[in-house]
Design a protein around this ligand. Structure first.
Ligand code: ASP
Length: 432
């Protein structure tokens, strides 16, 4: 069985075991909780998550720098950059409209009587637009790297890449070292991915085991609409956009993006998924590194279709719950603020909910009401992260195709670039 199918199987098994623990009430047995859920599942999942995150910064740096040297043309960078900004914002706006539309149609929250059982405060992570813009130029690159400030890292890599391009004659040795580092980090990503089936199982089993099923039932209107909107956006809207702009085979897209989606789903972090998305784009989709090494980390940072959908649905739900009339102006405000909020949302678990405070404030909804949907947000977060990552892949493909930077023979080959198991003989072979 190939790795992609093993990961899928692990996902299915993780869901089943998680549900079994949940329904049997085994989660409240002390040893299951201590040794299984918060022991084995937690530790194995976290190790994998950390290993992926460890690779993000060096991978972005060492992939983007030679990518820029490789383009050899700064104008292309400008074109790729401006297309990325426009497409990322436009797709997010479409996403949130899907969310609002579906929620308004379903009339969720109307006539319900629910109060928040968990208080929600916490605007601490919400950054204003001005702060985001200022943060693009880091005053300390080491601090930016250690904090994983992606926009700052991208800025530094581009700056460095341009300087290297200008000094390319004198810097041949350095360019080749960076190239080599890039290929070593890609190899490390592949090696981490080999452990994915076990890690995905642990991450998903833990999340589902801890899910409050009674909450899901109580909030079923919100939950079903959010999940439906996310699925519709991932499999209908985004695929339509992909087809219209690239003319490529949609089935192939769905098949090849699956691994990145599962990684995003199980880690709830588009940031931690960057290595997998980047590898998928380059090795499986045939997208030139010059494009993907920029659009993937950039997209993971500013493009959040799934998060915007959740924010749209949540706003309509809470407004209906409190009997607040939003009106057309309200809806337009939601779209605008959610687009900005999704740009400011860090690509890590659960931040989308924190950013929702911005949207609520703009349209005058009570922030404490976010506590109502908090209980089911774990699963929604997992799903919306998978949609976020799918959006990055769609936009990356559109840009690469339009710039002639996509190798279609690679894209159309279903098996190319699959991760293979590591065999001991391989180490021995390479070691001698
Ligand atoms: N978890 C999401 C991501 O990393 C962000 C969010 O909506 O909370 O893409």
């Amino acid at each position: 069985m190939n790795l992609a199918n093993k990961v899928l199987l692990a996902l299915g098994l993780g869901i089943c075991i998680g549900l079994a623990i949940n329904f049997s009430g085994a989660g409240s047995i002390a040893w299951v909780d201590t040794y299984l859920i918060n022991g084995l599942f937690h530790v194995a999942g976290k190790l994998f998550f950390n290993a992926l995150q460890m690779l993000v910064v060096p991978l972005v740096l060492f992939s983007l720098i030679p990518g820029i040297v490789g383009i050899g043309d700064i104008r292309l960078l400008g074109k790729v950059g401006s297309k990325a900004v426009v497409l990322y914002i436009a797709t997010t706006a479409i996403a949130i409209s899907v969310g609002i539309g579906l929620a308004a149609l379903a009339g969720i929250g109307e006539g319900l009587d629910i109060t928040a059982d968990q208080a929600f405060e916490g605007k601490q992570a919400a950054k204003s637009t001005v702060e985001i813009i200022i943060g693009v130029v880091p005053k300390n690159i080491i601090a930016a790297m250690s904090n994983g400030e992606m926009l700052a890292i991208i800025f530094f890599a581009i700056f460095f890449g341009i300087a290297l391009l200008i000094k390319q004659k004198e810097s041949k040795a350095l360019i080749s070292i960076i190239e080599q580092l890039n290929s070593i980090f890609m190899q490390m990503v592949e090696m981490v991915m080999v452990f994915a089936p076990y890690a995905v199982f642990c991450l998903v089993a833990k999340a589902i085991a801890e899910l409050g099923v009674d909450l899901v039932v109580r909030l079923s209107g919100y939950f079903i609409v959010v999940m439906a909107a996310l699925l519709i956006h991932a499999f209908v809207t985004q695929m339509l956009i992909f087809k219209v702009f690239t003319g490529l085979n949609v089935g192939m897209f769905i098949k090849k993006i699956r691994a990145a989606q599962i990684f995003a789903f199980s880690t709830s972090s588009s940031g931690a998924t960057i290595p997998v998305t980047m590898r998928t784009m380059q090795e499986r989709f045939g997208v030139d590194r010059a494009v993907s090494s920029f659009t993937v980390p950039f997209g993971a940072t500013i493009n959040m279709d799934g998060t915007a959908i959740m924010q749209g649905v949540a706003t309509v739900f809470v407004a209906n719950l409190y009997g607040i009339e939003l009106g057309m102006a309200g809806y337009v405000t939601i779209v605008l603020t959610a687009v900005l909020a999704s740009i400011g949302t860090a690509a890590v678990p659960a931040v989308g909910l924190v950013m929702l405070t911005l949207v609520f404030e703009q349209v005058g909804l009570p922030i404490a009401a976010i506590g109502i949907i908090m209980g089911v947000d774990r699963i929604v977060d997992m799903t919306r992260t998978a949609v976020n990552v799918t959006g990055d892949a769609v936009v990356t493909s559109i840009i690469a195709k339009s710039e002639g930077k996509m190798d279609l023979t690679v894209y159309n080959d279903p098996n190319i670039g699959e991760v293979h198991e590591l065999h001991l003989e391989e180490f021995e072979k390479h070691g001698t």
